[in-house]
Design a protein around this ligand. Sequence first.
Ligand code: RET
Length: 246
Amino acid sequence: MSPTTENWLKIAFVAFTLASVYFGSLWARERRQEGMEFALKSFFICLWAATLYLTMILGETVTEINGELVFWGRYIDWVVTTPLLLLDLGVLAGLRPKLIAGIMGADVFMIVTGLVADLVSSPVNYLWYTISTGAFIALIISLFTEFTASAEIRRRQGEKRIFHLFTTLRNLLTITWSGYPIVWILGAEGFRLIDTGFETVLYALLDITAKIVFGYILTRHIGVLAKATETLDAAVQDYMDGADQR
Ligand code: RET
């Protein structure tokens, strides 16, 4: 591992450790307030990321394959944390639980096929990259169709602040998440236009924005979020009532 790679893994590890302390203490202080499960989720997301960064620093989730270092710990991080980030956005939009679950499933598919792309050699890796990107595009489309339509309903019900928070986080998510397939294809896994050190820097910055900045904006609006939880509870109740009739 080059010094740049190692240093940036450490920078990300420290950032996620501090962020998990921040979100964890926020939750501990105000855990009886409605909407605080978002802080708890951000705590877990950052703790998980810090743990996986630690395993990469220690070389436990890094393996040399075909003469190239594969940081597979990243995928173990993403496969757990990205569905949780989508869950946040789905709850905020007031999306039906069934759809949230479907989107989380598509996301897991995207990460697992991305891992396969990283493990196999060229040119088959590009096949898996394309499959993963297909899932990614479908996911982004769903954010701008189903998620947004659902959030629109809330806006019409007078919940303007929730709608505004939703669009801010949806746009942040779309921009940061789009960075990942770009870094991947430019880096050691694809065309090798950037070296592993620079790739580590870019992934660290993307991870920090997608998890810490996202979680910070989200938890700063706990009051708005309490309302989002109420609506989801009502949707779950409706769903359960429907199931009762069957
Ligand atoms: C890969 C490579 C294959 C094609 C695609 C990818 C997308 C990855 C994404 C990752 C998001 C990670 C986040 C992490 C934590 O905060 C697997 C790089 C489409 C979108 C948000």
